[in-house]
Design a protein around this ligand. Structure first.
Ligand code: HT7
Ligand code: ZN
Length: 873
């Protein structure tokens, strides 16, 4: 496969002013007629003859090509494997192309496909070319009309924009036409057809326009739509209040589909959602699912401005819309829920998975400079690190200046396809700021490491912080430059209070780190302080400072920054876990982590703290995060150390866990609101530790919680504890009764699959294979593959890394099979095998050989080839 480079970007030779599409739907032979008004791009190189017109097209059956009403002779065009090249003899013309496609055979879930008998599309990034021949690139923006013709068994026919016509054909089929007045790139096109039901609501915008909101599902799911609808209205209001952004069409539609490669898609006026990211009811969805739905509904809605009204010039700029929109949705979620806890969750994801990506074979900057397959670049780096980059601009400039910058950005570029550079320039221009050095965050990959040292000068009453920054080499990038980043700092006095800084009333200072080594001085500091560094995780870096255990315990008790308070608990846990891994490897005795036990005991006693924060502090770093930290990883040592610490905590704090569990087990009616979610999260963390002791009383508590069936959060937490820590025969019974109750509900069955495949105790390879033969398992459904294969390979560290290497072989086998059906999913699920270099020789060799097996298995898709070949390089 070819590599595409950012440096080779050229403006399109032709623009498409109007796109009129007609779909005559049929599972095996959908007829697609396109009528394009083509015009020479005035911005393109005008020297010489008119260049040929290139139209992307993949897996299409070409039926006819006509220019200005005349069928084009075969010598005027040539059909190639990935498109159509036409010779052109005029500056503007109408091009009509007819193609045939087979949605039913499309298992890649890109382009037009069928999900449970419903037609739907996924065009981002390059799926439109599987529908018709088209310049399928985001800088070609066109006004679309779409006519859909379908049998009467598909009463709901949807596309982007407003419905302008509907009727019945002579032969009794339904026919509907939609028009989207906003010019858009092809990746935002959408079509849905099915026997669907919908719920309707309204939102009145700040300027008084009434917008119709509709949410479509298969009839059986119509009772699970209320939360998403509420989330949508909250998002619309928030975007008006915080960014001044109003919705622009008269209708906004969401459709839930079961077969979907990602979470959701922001198609103009017609968002398409993975059912798991939109459907919820208290009986069937956990708190985590409710929160995920709120966040994803918001994310897709926010794209209407950050992505649709202002879009990306090319796919290298993906973070322009994704990084910014993730930042926007994170702030929305922080406003709707607990800000501190949301930050902890986001940073945990970043530190566990994005840092690993940054250090792995697919490492790339927030704005990559090359790719083989763009689908492989919908990554944590582009999304989450991209959001951190936007967050840093927000920190460096301040909230008001950031808003001035975003206003200018939207005003300047409305209706345009632009670059990350345009975003930064708007932030600068609106504020007279200089972000010259800051721009390096977009082009430089890898996770910076900061080494911090301090010195207190009692005589001068000065405190000095010296920060050294260094970013390790990543594939294809060496000699990294220093980055500009905000380091938020407070200084704590001996009484645990923050000292006021620099005669100002403020207790926090944001240091602008710009150099490789820099010393910052704080004046008028009356005592040697304890620094609270990188508050709120103000930059996406690894920060090293030699805190003693006592200092960490102090921060756990006094830091007013909830992120750093939590981070202190994590640092203590890391220290203990690393020391225990060393002991395990040396065959030495494992000692209980006293400092950590002391800190957690105090946290658990503190009823003033947000229970959700307490739950987070009690949660040990995951094995995946521990693995990210180490080199020459010994997976067994990680598992052993973690189990030892978990059991030590469970035993030492058992009576406190019971007390807290009982006080939180209040049996109030379920509501997915922050306060109740926080209480449930602490209650269920306590339950899990209680069960970890294996005590019959604790397991009885879990059993009773499971039997009460009050809400899915409590039921799933109890079931997880029972299968992890309870006797096998009882676990089996509970799993069976759960399945019997919920077998008709796809989302609950996915939860059921995930619980088993992800269980360190229960999810053995044999069990996982059994799950794959279960009648409810579907290899063509990404959610089920993610639940079972992903649950095992990505969330079941203990079983996946079994010493005999069979976990790795299993994953290789699944990846090879998946690649034939759905290359995007195959290329994602192979990730654990690509990290082989991190492991000690034994595991590294086993993992590498499984990866080699994938590589040798025959012709790979471009998606999988890119990931596998880079990992084996
Ligand atoms: N912008 C959307 C990206 C997306 C996607 C990309 C590749 C393959 C399938 C996909 N489905 C959705 C999602 C988002 O970030 O909002
Ligand atoms: Zn997005």
């Amino acid at each position: 496969p070819q590599t595409i480079f950012l440096k080779d970007y050229q403006v399109p030779d032709y623009l498409i002013d109007r796109t009129d599409l007609t779909f005559d739907l049929d599972p095996q032979a959908t007829l697609v007629k396109s009528r394009l008004q083509v015009r020479r791009n005035p911005a393109a190189d005008a020297s010489g003859d008119l260049p040929p017109l290139w139209l992307d097209g993949v897996d299409l059956e070409l039926l006819s090509v006509a220019v200005d009403g005349e069928l084009l002779p075969a010598q005027r065009y040539s059909e190639q494997t990935d498109g159509l090249l036409l010779t052109v003899d005029k500056e503007s013309f109408v091009l009509e192309v007819q193609t045939r496609i087979a949605p039913e055979s499309n298992t890649s879930l890109e382009g037009l496909y069928l999900s449970n008998g419903m037609y739907c599309t996924q065009c981002e990034a390059e799926g439109f070319r599987k529908i018709t021949f088209y310049p399928d690139r985001p800088d070609v923006m066109s006004v679309f009309t779409t006519t859909i013709v379908a049998p009467a068994t598909y009463p709901v026919l949807l596309s982007n924009g407003n419905k302008i016509d509907s009727g019945t054909t002579e032969d009794g089929r339904l026919c509907v036409t939609w028009e989207d007045p906003f010019a858009k790139p092809s990746y935002l096109f959408a079509l849905v057809a099915g026997d669907l039901q919908f719920v309707e609501d309204h939102f009145t915008t700040s300027s008084g326009r009434k917008v119709t909101l509709q949410l479509f599902t298969e009839p059986k799911n119509i009772g699970k739509t209320a939360h998403a609808m509420e989330s949508l209205k909250k998002s619309m209001k928030w975007d008006e209040e915080v960014y001044g952004r109003e919705y622009d069409l008269d209708i906004f539609m969401i459709v839930a589909v079961d077969h979907f490669n990602m979470g959701a898609m922001e198609n103009k006026g017609l968002n398409i959602f993975n059912s798991a990211c939109v459907l919820a009811s208290p009986e069937t969805a956990t708190d985590a699912a409710f929160q995920r739905i709120e966040a994803i509904v918001a994310h897709e809605y926010f794209h209407n401005w950050s992505g649709n009204r202002v879009t990306c010039r090319d796919w290298f700029q993906l973070s322009l819309k994704e990084g910014f929109t993730v930042f926007r949705d994170a702030e929305f979620s922080a406003d709707m829920n607990s800000r501190g806890v949301k930050r902890i969750e986001d940073v945990t994801l970043l530190r566990t998975a994005q840092f690993a990506e940054d250090a792995g074979p697919m490492s790339h900057p927030v704005r990559p400079d090359s790719y083989m397959e763009i689908s492989n670049f919908y990554t944590l780096t582009v999304y989450e690190k991209g959001a951190e980059v936007v967050r840093m601009i927000h920190r460096l400039l301040g909230a008001e200046a950031f808003r001035r910058g975003s206003d200018l950005y939207f005003e300047r570029h409305d209706g345009c396809a632009v670059t990350c550079e345009d975003f930064v320039a708007a932030m600068e221009d609106a504020n007279g700021a200089d972000l010259t050095l800051f721009r390096r965050w977009y082009s430089q990959g890898g996770t910076p490491v900061l080494d911090v040292e301090d010195k207190y000068d009692a005589e001068a009453q000065e405190y000095h912080l010296t920060i050294r920054q260094h970013t390790p080499d990543t594939p294809g990038q060496t000699d990294k430059q220093p980055l500009h980043m905000p380091i938020a700092v407070s200084l704590l006095g001996a009484d645990g209070r923050e000292l006021s800084l620099d005669q100002e009333a403020s207790i926090e200072r944001v240091l602008h780190l710009t150099e490789a080594t820099q010393t910052f001085t704080f004046a008028d500091i009356p005592e040697r302080p304890l620094p609270s560094l990188l508050r709120g995780f103000s930059a996406p870096v690894k920060l090293r400072y030699r805190y003693t255990s006592d200092q960490l315990l102090f921060l756990m008790q006094y830091d007013t920054d909830s992120f750093n308070r939590w981070d202190a608990s994590q640092r203590l846990a890391f220290e203990a876990l690393e020391q225990l891994q060393r002991a395990y490897r040396a065959g030495g005795e494992m000692q209980a982590p006293e400092a950590l036990l002391q800190g957690l005991s105090a946290v658990l006693e503190n009823t003033q703290l947000d229970p959700a924060l307490v739950a987070k502090m009690l949660t040990l770093p995951s094995p995946q995060e521990l693995a990210e930290h180490g080199d020459a990883i010994d997976a067994q040592a990680i598992v052993a150390a973690r189990v030892f610490v978990r059991d030590s905590i469970a035993k030492a704090l058992a009576s406190r866990f019971l007390k807290r569990y009982q006080s939180l087990d209040q049996r109030k009616p379920y509501q997915p609101v922050a306060e109740d979610i926080a209480e449930r999260s602490l209650k269920n963390t306590c339950l899990s530790y209680l069960c970890a002791t294996g005590s019959a009383d604790a397991l009885a508590l879990a059993e009773s919680q499971f039997m009460r069936k009050e809400n899915m959060t409590d039921v799933a937490a109890a079931l997880a504890a029972l299968i992890e820590f309870g006797p096998a025969d009882q676990a089996e019974e509970h799993l069976e009764s759960f399945y019997q109750q919920w077998q008709q509900d796809t989302q609950v069955v996915e939860t059921w699959f995930g619980l088993q495949a992800g269980s360190a105790n229960y999810g053995t390879l044999g069990r996982v294979r059994e799950l794959m033969s279960h009648p409810a398992f579907e290899f063509t459904n990404p959610n089920k593959v993610r639940a079972v294969v992903g649950g095992f390979a990505m969330r079941n560290f203990a079983q996946f890394h079994q010493e005999d290497g069979t976990g790795y072989e299993f994953l290789a086998e699944q990846v090879i099979a998946l690649d034939k059906l759905n290359p995007q999913i195959a290329a994602r699920i192979v990730t654990p095998l690509t990290r082989w270099r991190k492991y000690r020789t034994l595991e590294a060799e086993q993992i590498r050989s499984a990866l080699q097996r994938v590589s040798d298995s025959g012709e790979l898709s471009r998606d999988l080839y890119e990931v596998v070949s880079k990992a084996l390089e």
